[in-house]
Ligand binder design. Structure first.
Ligand code: PRX
Length: 633
């Protein structure tokens, strides 16, 4: 399944475009199926209707666990590094992980879970998070993991959108010096969630929590029940290739996050194949992805992709800067990490601590590096290459999205010649095109445009949960017969791709997607706010910062306090990750006569570039621009 040379890549790529079905069938043959497919692919991008490996039967956990037991049973599947380096780490072999997944799968069944149910998971980065995810997949329940940084309101919205019946959480979680009261946040959320019948609570921080009779149960008690019943084995549920595997909510340019749906067969094949290739994973290598399982990177490249390939995956509970800014490097040294996959925002933040944080650390185990989440600036790329990789490790800059399920444009480590700032070339099976604003495909090299994909790949989203039309209008209606990514892109003279950032109203803050409309809605919930407009601006560490222009005529107390009140409102409605970095109070927003906010002008002001604001003649009240310029932060 692995490509070994650049020439081979070119040849395989060509074949994957000419005979995609044959190509993907060949890849899928490397996985374990209860029954093989009747048809490799059925598709149209109009509805859209995409079906891979129709008629095939499988369970993804048999691929991630059972099939490795004979050869890798005693090899580490998960190495868990706790937030506090003084606490003991944990290693779960493939056999132990398998057994724990089976046990917890039975806990889920004992608590009423069935195939097709939606189960919300809101947990810290502990092995039980991976166990919970896999246990859902084992019994055919659809997991919807919500990142631990989201607020009660966000959780409630997600639970209600998918009508989940069970929540899996923990009493609390740790991140650096902070303790996050997960169960208490869930309790707040559940006030609004009539569909939830059971909450399973893992003990982590042992912070006092309320446990409601008839609804809330402890993880550990439920495991004991299963053990005393002697009910620890669990045969995997047989799933159709196109049955839903999970829902993961992500922000778009409208106010409400969408539930991106991935299905069992295609997602399994795609994440396994791309993991094995982009990282050229060799048996026995230790792989450390610093993401959180609450995001797609964690789903695809901490859990499913590495596990389906029998890899050893490091799961880290904490943050890069605690207790020291050398924490990642300590983990690399402690477990002799061979592959490190992280994000530009983490790299920039660690760069800012200077070389002292690197002193005395042993990087010699590292062989391959990876980056994801946003365009990596050249300075960060070189620092990563020189200071961490010691110029010995290829950097794979992987471009992909929640919707794509796995890597799309990415070097293959040691195979594809890299270029700083470039995601380089499409992986086999991926057919990117650039289009102009009219949807005309731009041919040739040395060109820029909007990035689209013209042919399906197995890991792509199938729908947005509960609203298929939204999936169509968001991704498939902008340009006919193309999947639109929302990203701008350059294809250079060598045909190499460089992602230039979002072309829609979506921000990328520290590698997290946040919709401007979503933040505006949250700000507007504050009682004295009349109206607001949110744009991004360049931020040294986060990549993009959030700049909010807010009309708030009746301040309560001083500006600073009001700003804090607004921040608190955003934290409550979305979560701390969406808090604006800057809030400027204005008396009005620049609008056209038809009432449309001219964001282009606001973006320029936020970027500190007011020399040429372009054509402002269509503005209803040009004076407002002068006032905003004068008050810019
Ligand atoms: O703008 C692109 C950026 O992140 C967006 C996808 O965000 P999300 O679905 O949250 O997934 C993040 C992890 C896959 C893309 O539309 N992006 C992601 N990776 C890169 C990137 N931009 C440039 N280079 C990348 N390697």
């Amino acid at each position: 399944m692995k490509i070994k040379s650049f020439d081979e890549y070119k040849q395989v790529y060509q074949q994957s475009v000419e005979q995609p079905e044959q190509f993907w069938a060949g890849i899928a043959d490397n996985f374990l199926w209860r029954k093989k497919w009747d048809k490799v692919l059925d598709w149209n991008f109009k509805e859209p209707n995409i079906k891979w490996f129709q008629g095939a039967k499988l369970n993804i956990t048999e691929n991630c666990l059972d099939r490795h037991l004979e050869t890798l049973g005693d090899k580490p599947a998960i190495i868990w590094e706790p937030n506090d380096p003084q606490e003991n780490h944990r290693i779960l072999t493939y056999r132990q992980l398998h057994d724990k997944v089976c046990e917890f799968a039975n806990v889920l069944k004992n608590n009423g879970a069935k195939k097709g149910d939606r189960i919300c998971i809101y947990m810290p980065m502990v092995p039980e998070l991976a166990i919970a995810v896999l246990a859902c997949a084992r019994i055919g329940a659809i997991h919807s993991v919500v990142f631990g940084g989201f607020s009660a309101q966000s959780i409630a919205d997600r639970i209600n959108d998918a009508a989940c019946n069970i929540v899996i959480t923990a009493d609390g979680g740790y991140r650096g010096t902070k303790e996050i009261p997960l169960k208490s946040i869930i309790d707040d959320a559940l006030v609004q969630c009539p569909s939830i019948q059971r909450v399973i609570v893992l003990t982590r921080s042992r912070t006092p929590v309320s446990m409601i009779k008839g609804r809330d149960v402890w993880w550990e008690d439920e495991i004991k029940k299963v053990e005393t019943q002697g009910n620890t084995a669990c045969t995997a549920e047989e799933m159709d290739a196109e049955d839903m595997l999970f829902i993961l909510y992500t922000s778009g340019s409208t106010g409400k996050p969408k539930g991106v749906v991935h299905t069992c067969g295609g997602y399994m094949v795609y994440t396994g194949y791309t993991f094995a290739n982009a990282f050229q994973y060799n048996q026995g290598e230790v792989y450390f992805c610093t993401a959180d399982i609450g995001w797609i990177t964690g789903h695809s490249y901490i859990a499913y992709g590495p596990l389906s390939q029998g890899a050893t995956t490091v799961l880290f509970e904490g943050i890069p800067s605690w207790p020291t800014p050398g924490r990642f490097w300590d983990i690399v040294e402690k477990y002799k990490v061979n592959i490190l996959y992280t994000a530009p925002t983490a790299i920039r933040s660690l760069m800012s601590f200077g070389d002292e944080a690197l002193q005395g650390k042993d990087f010699s185990s590292l062989k391959k590096l990876g980056s994801v989440g946003e365009p990596i600036n050249e300075e960060a790329w070189h620092w990563f290459d020189e200071k961490i990789g010691h110029k010995q490790c290829p950097i794979v800059d992987t471009w992909w999205q929640t919707e794509t399920g796995g890597f799309m444009i990415s070097p293959i480590a040691g195979v594809t010649p890299t270029k700083p700032g470039y995601a380089t070339l499409p992986l086999p099976g991926v057919q990117p095109v650039l289009v102009d604003e009219n949807g005309k495909i731009i041919e040739g090299n040395g060109v820029s445009g909007n990035l689209c994909i013209r042919f399906p790949w197995p890991g792509m989203l199938r729908t947005t949960y509960g609203d298929h039309n939204r999936c169509r209008t968001t991704y498939f209606a902008t340009y006919e017969n193309l999947y639109f990514t929302g990203d701008g892109c350059l294809r250079d003279e060598d045909g190499y791709y460089r992602i230039t950032g979002r072309v829609d109203d979506v921000l990328n803050v520290s590698g997290h997607r946040i919709g401007t409309a979503e933040v505006e809605n949250a700000i507007n919930m504050h009682s004295s706010v009349v109206e607001s407009a949110v744009v991004g601006y360049p931020h040294d560490i986060k990549g993009q910062g959030i700049y909010a222009f807010v009309v708030c005529p009746k301040h309560h107390a001083d500006d600073d306090l009001t700003r804090k009140d607004i921040m608190m409102t955003v934290s409550r409605i979305i979560g701390a990750i969406a808090k604006p970095d800057k809030i400027q109070f204005v008396t009005g927003l620049p609008k056209t006569r038809s009432g449309k906010i001219m964001r282009r002008i606001l973006r320029k002001i936020a970027e500190g570039d007011t020399s040429n604001l372009g054509d402002t003649s269509t503005l209803l009240d040009p004076a407002v621009v002068e006032e905003i310029k004068a008050g810019a932060l």
